[in-house]
Design a protein around this ligand. Structure first.
Ligand SMILES: NC(=O)c1ccc[n+]([C@@H]2O[C@H](COP(=O)([O-])OP(=O)(O)OC[C@H]3O[C@@H](n4cnc5c(N)ncnc54)[C@H](OP(=O)(O)O)[C@@H]3O)[C@@H](O)[C@H]2O)c1
Length: 247
């Protein structure tokens, strides 16, 4: 698996699945950039990444101006990973402001990143976009109306990009990473609101597993899957990306 000569941006790359993806892409030889809202988190991630070719940017994905500046040089690979789970609560218990903030982060900002990168990719003859999806895009969970709606919307953006720009070499994938041991799952456990929140931490997968699949999606081997919503639980996808079968 080599991505040498490629530049990549991973949004929300300072921890969890994002950080593991930064590592996987950099180890495959890409020059990787990542964002976070928090300068201290970027510094911690940079320490963890050591000498790998990875550069953090202190950019809030909902800041349209900062986003435009970040994308000026273009990227060959975009991983739309940044997301928030909250507000967690049934519809009558959450505010419209918090709900809209979730959609702005998880859906509108991902759309904006795509809009900012496609022109460069098409001019270069192609590029790869991975939208980090979720089972919640296709199945509602109690207390997650914003998160589910945002991820469902993102799945449709994946299909729209494929329809409109697939012929120009833009390879786009939706990818559900499974239930992974990250801070987001910690917040979900603390809420106690639905079956996902009851999953024991020991049953969650390491972030390195979805990261490996994302890196594989960035290679030509994944060409036949372009435009699809993929799930890490798919045995063929796991085998192709070099992951062991699920027990
Ligand atoms: N963990 C799971 O089981 C699971 C399951 C299905 C799907 N997913 C999806 O996988 C992706 C990664 O999730 P995770 O579990 O790794 O989450 P996480 O540990 O909570 O990390 C989320 C990342 O997003 C960043 N972020 C959030 N809002 C941002 C903003 N406005 N601007 C810039 N960065 C922002 C955070 O950085 P700062 O807070 O430092 O800004 C952090 O790096 C998400 O799309 C999530 O929906 C996760």
């Amino acid at each position: 698996m080599t991505l040498s000569g490629k530049t990549a941006l991973v949004t929300g790359g300072n921890r969890g699945i994002g950080l593991a993806t930064v590592r996987a892409l950099a180890e495959a030889g890409a020059d990787v950039h990542f964002t976070s809202r928090t300068a201290a988190n970027i510094a911690a991630a940079q320490r963890e990444l050591g000498d790998l070719p990875a550069t953090g940017h202190h950019v809030n994905m909902t800041d349209r101006f900062a986003m435009t500046t970040l994308f000026e040089t273009g990227f060959d690979i975009l991983v739309n990973n940044a997301a928030v789970i909250g507000p967690i609560g049934r519809i009558l218990d959450v505010s419209v402001e918090d709900w809209a903030r979730n959609i702005d982060t998880n859906l509108t900002s991902a759309f904006h990143a795509i809009q900012l990168v496609i022109g460069h990719m098409a001019a270069q003859g192609g590029g790869t976009i991975v939208n980090i999806s979720s089972g919640a895009a296709h199945r509602p969970q109690e207390g997650w109306s914003a998160y589910c709606a945002g991820k469902a919307g993102l799945a449709m953006v994946t299909r729209s990009v494929h329809m409109e720009y697939g012929a120009q070499g833009i390879r786009v994938f939706g990818f559900a990473p499974g239930v992974v041991d990250t801070d987001m799952q910690g917040a979900i456990r603390a809420s106690g609101i639905n079956p996902v929140s009851k999953l024991p931490r020991e049953s969650l997968a390491p972030a390195s597993e979805p990261a490996r699949v994302v890196a594989w999606l960035c290679t030509a081997a994944a060409d036949p899957l372009a435009g699809q919503e993929l799930d890490i639980r798919n045995p063929d996808l796991r085998a192709a990306a070099g992951l062991p079968p699920l027990a």
